[in-house]
Design a binder for this molecule. Structure first.
Ligand SMILES: [Zn+2]
Length: 441
């Protein structure tokens, strides 16, 4: 990143003043002139730009609708600049800008000057505090009390912490939304959806809704665990995630009155959120799906290897694994969610590109997952015969109709219900598909 000289900074300021005058005389409305408060010779970086655009977004959200009559945004080596000519009272504009500067952590880095229509800059009501020691006023800056690298470190921390919390919120919101998108996707063969409760008698849409909402903090916690263990090897994050997962299961059972709605997804989505946390950078928050899935495999591999070495036939899952090599959601995670990367996501993306909406693209994607994945839930409820029946009938439908209609899927739904079949494992993979897709877009 280029270092700028004092002369360049002074020239930039002069140019800015000229630009302000031109905009004021042209539009005759108060002006917000927004720059970033960055010490040292380096004035831009991807993280500084992200912070700046966050400021632009927040400012626009807080201004009355349609009040901006002109805007000018300029990213220069001397710093990010934005000017807004706003049809609004200057003193009220100043209040909005001050509340952003003072009301949120990252606002300390915003300089949002307000100039009224007569060209007079409005003074702030409260002096700003020193970014390092909190002393009010400009004494520290004027006396160069703190070394530049100390100010830069604190500046970076402010940005990093702000975006960490913001992205944690986004990731956990998206995780919950993906769970809901999955349960709302209709029709789904044998599963709870808006059409019926599938092959289930003990749960309905409402159980899934309750469970999805209470799991939000858990997903955020997994993201934090990932970020906080970034200096450890991936498998060392796993015990922390397992503990969080055990608590999340209790939360789920409490919310649903003892019904298992999301046990599988607590495991897989938790690991995915942790992977996102481990790969997270404030300037580049979300990596591509294949990177995230690879990191997930690294987190679980060792623990799963141990699990499968010790497996015996005392549990249904153990018997399935020993007899048929079916490893369920743990196997999926260890493979880096191979079925999602190779079937779920490509299929869903292709359908979305063909203008299928998220519901219809999701229900068809689910069928491709059912016909390709060994779903432990199908084996548990229907045995080998039932599972094979489910795969065969789904495959037949897709061979005859690669993009089946709603009616055709409803017929499949009825057939699954008749046989008491429910592909819950594939439903989880659909939720993961929704999640990774929304993260990438
Ligand atoms: Zn100070």
């Amino acid at each position: 990143m280029a270092e700028v000289t004092l002369k360049q900074m002074l020239d930039a300021r002069e140019e800015r003043v000229k630009k302000q005058k031109i905009i004021l005389s042209r539009y005759k409305h108060p002006l917000v002139s927004f720059t970033m408060n960055i010490a040292g010779p380096i004035k831009t970086s991807p993280l500084i730009e992200r912070s700046f655009f966050e400021g632009v977004k927040l400012l626009k959200e807080n201004l009355p609708q349609d009040s901006i009559v002109y805007q000018d945004i300029d990213i220069k080596s001397t710093g990010c600049e934005a000017m807004f000519s706003v049809k609004y009272e200057a003193s009220k504009l100043k209040d909005i800008c001050s509340s952003l500067e003072e009301g949120i952590t990252i606002g300390r880095l915003f300089d949002m000057d307000v100039i009224n229509a007569d060209g007079i800059k409005l003074e702030r009501k409260n002096p700003r505090n020193c970014i390092v020691c909190g002393t009010p006023g400009r004494a520290c800056a004027a006396g160069r009390v703190h070394p530049v690298d100390e100010i830069q470190t604190i500046t970076r921390e402010i940005m990093e912490n702000y975006f960490f919390l913001l992205d944690k919120e986004r990731v956990s919101d998206l995780a919950v939304k993906s769970l809901l998108d999955e349960v709302y996707a209709t029709p789904k063969p044998g599963l709870v959806d808006c059409r019926n409760n599938g092959s289930h008698t003990d749960m309905d849409i409402n159980s899934f809704e309750k469970s999805a909402y209470v799991l939000k903090p858990y997903f955020g916690e997994c993201f934090s665990i990932g970020k906080n263990t970034v200096s450890l090897s991936p498998n060392e994050a796993f015990p922390l995630l397992r503990n969080a997962g055990i608590l999340a299961e209790k939360t789920m059972y409490n919310a649903t009155g003892g019904i298992n709605t999301h046990k599988g997804i607590i495991y897989s989505m938790g690991i995915l959120c942790a992977s996102i946390g481990r790969l997270w950078l404030p300037e580049d928050p979300f990596r591509c799906a294949s990177d995230i899935c690879l990191e997930s495999a690294n987190i679980v591999k060792e623990s799963i290897q141990k699990d499968f070495e010790q497996i015996d036939s005392s549990t249904a899952g153990g018997r399935l694994y020993l007899k048929y090599g079916i490893s369920g959601i743990r196997g999926e995670a260890a493979s880096g969610f191979d079925s999602v990367l190779k079937i779920g996501l490509p299929c869903y993306k292709e359908l979305r590109n063909k203008n299928f909406n998220s519901n219809d693209a999701g229900t068809i994607t689910l069928l491709y997952l059912i016909s390709n994945v060994k779903d432990t839930n199908l084996y548990h409820r229907g045995g080998v015969k039932g599972a094979e029946y489910a795969v065969k009938t789904t495959k037949k439908l897709l061979t005859d109709f690669p993009e089946p209609t709603k009616n055709q899927i409803e017929t499949l739904d009825d057939a699954f219900i008749k046989q008491n079949l429910s592909p819950g494992g594939c439903a989880d993979l659909l939720a993961i598909t929704y999640f990774l897709y929304s993260l990438e877009s």
